[in-house]
Design a protein around this ligand. Sequence first.
Ligand code: SF4
Ligand code: SF4
Length: 97
Amino acid sequence: MPKRKKKEIEEEIGFVTTLSVPSEGSVGLTGSWRIFIPVLDEGRCNKCLLCWIYCPEACITKDIVINYDYCKGCGICAEECPSKAIAMRKEEKNETG
Ligand code: SF4
Ligand code: SF4
């Protein structure tokens, strides 16, 4: 197929731009080696978002939902939580999928 010049396309549709939408990738998936998982006690959580800020894997949402597919079980979120709303617990085999 002949390559069309950018100018031709711009004349036809008005503009040319790239569109990049971020999405989850397979590179950061944790696999089966994790030993501990963070467990949230919603009743204690004051939504300060410190866990969201400090999680090195960016796997906690602003609604304080932990994505266990990417969580490495490092425990930083539990360390940083001022309300002790996150406890680290040994993960049972295949517990989180
Ligand atoms: S244990 Fe580590 S990787 Fe998992 S949610 Fe907490 S800070 Fe993020
Ligand atoms: S750090 Fe603790 S209190 Fe703050 S949002 Fe996270 S779980 Fe809730």
